[in-house]
Ligand binder design. Structure first.
Ligand code: UT7
Length: 330
């Protein structure tokens, strides 16, 4: 059933905590150097939640900004989808707290766990509810407090991650020149142990032993993720362009999951896609998982890099393994 409606991005918002961890700070924490981190990842600094801040508090602030930019009151929201792997609590969902904090009493709410691909997964789902005519105003959030699950004794992973939140409001439009054109989602559970948090779930609940063995922290097979990421980012870029019959000339901006500058360069080089059309802010935020695309999207809109009429590609991969893409006409 299709109502002939498209789902369009009506407003974007983001929030990152004030506290910053620089590469120099990491030099004091683990055996690493600014030179190594910069060369291998492109990261210079990341924002880290302070005491009292959490996935929900950051998501609420980002969402307020997105609603304001969309010209709606939070009370007008019909659905809130929050992509996160670092929820405030396992139960209830972060989206429940966000609904209450925003004051959106009518909205249907849920969290979605697809790690760094989560925001694009949620966007794809919200799009279909709008196109089907079931919901009007949908809030799609990517929010993470990865720092609370980061092992600051593991130099192979701790230097990568930052905290933050981003959100978009989707609205129905009959304007054919606007809206989400294409979405794609995939997963391959064989790669479950590429990036994972072993304890704290039903299989291995919290115990003194799990804490002592540092099993509540994120574990990562960095090199394997690296290879997978290049292959999937390349595939997504190609697939999104092919699905909408676009050439690189037709694309105004690619907003990728901010993962590692080397991964982004390798993926685009192979396709001869110009890096100037790829939005990069990993130097200032690190990898914020599900929050990275909406934070980057918000920056790109606010700086005037993209605006009404722009054709934007969103591409992401993450733990699971998962990968997802979207083509959006602003
Ligand atoms: O959203 C998805 C989240 N995951 C990712 O984004 C991970 C993707 N992978 C990567 O970004 C890269 O694999 C890393 C940045 C994690 C690592 O870079 P790499 O070029 O793949 O390094 P490597 O793992 O092959 O390690 C090379 C060397 C090793 O030392 P030896 O064995 O050659 O002596 C590591 O122990 O670099 C060492 N190393 C470090 N040295 C200084 C690993 N981490 C660090 C560090 N500082 N922070």
């Amino acid at each position: 059933m299709n109502s002939g409606l498209r789902a369009a991005i009506a407003g974007v918002g983001a929030y990152v905590p004030a506290k910053v961890l620089t590469n120099a700070d990491f030099e004091r924490m683990v055996d690493t150097s600014d030179e190594w981190i910069t060369k291998r990842t492109g990261i210079k600094e990341r924002h880290i939640a302070e005491e009292g801040e959490s996935t929900v508090s950051m998501a609420i602030e980002a969402s307020r900004r997105a609603c304001k930019n969309a010209g709606i009151e939070p009370g007008e929201l019909d659905m809130i989808a929050c992509a996160t792997i670092t929820p405030d609590t396992l139960c209830p969902s972060s989206a429940c707290y966000i609904q209450q904090g925003l004051g959106a009493p009518e909205a249907a709410v849920f969290d979605l766990s697809a790690a760094c691909s989560g925001f694009v997964y949620c966007l794809a789902i919200a799009r279909r509810f709008i196109e089907a005519g079931q919901f009007k105003n949908c809030l799609v959030i990517g929010a993470e407090t990865i720092s609370r699950f980061t092992d600051y004794e593991d130099r192979g992973s701790c230097i990568l991650f930052g905290d933050g939140a981003g959100a978009v409001v989707l609205k129905p439009t009959e304007d054919d020149a606007k809206g989400i054109r294409y979405t794609v989602m995939h997963a391959d559970g064989k790669g479950w142990d590429y990036i994972w948090i072993p304890a704290g779930g039903s299989k291995l609940p919290a115990s003194q032993q799990t804490v002592e063995q540092r099993l509540h922290y994120l574990k990562m097979r960095g090199r394997d993720v690296y290879k997978f990421a290049i292959e999937k980012m390349q595939w997504l870029l190609e697939d999104c362009m092919k699905a909408c019959d676009l050439t690189p000339d037709d694309v105004d901006l690619v907003v990728p999951h901010q993962v590692n500058i080397r991964i982004l360069k390798s993926a685009t080089e192979k396709l001869k896609f110009p890096m100037e059309k790829v939005y990069v802010n990993i130097d200032r935020y690190g990898n914020t998982s599900a929050a990275s695309i909406p934070i980057a999207l918000d920056e790109a809109v606010r700086s005037g890099r993209i605006g009404p009429g722009s054709t934007v590609l969103l591409i992401a991969f993450g733990a699971g393994l998962t990968w997802a893409g979207a083509v959006v006409k602003l």
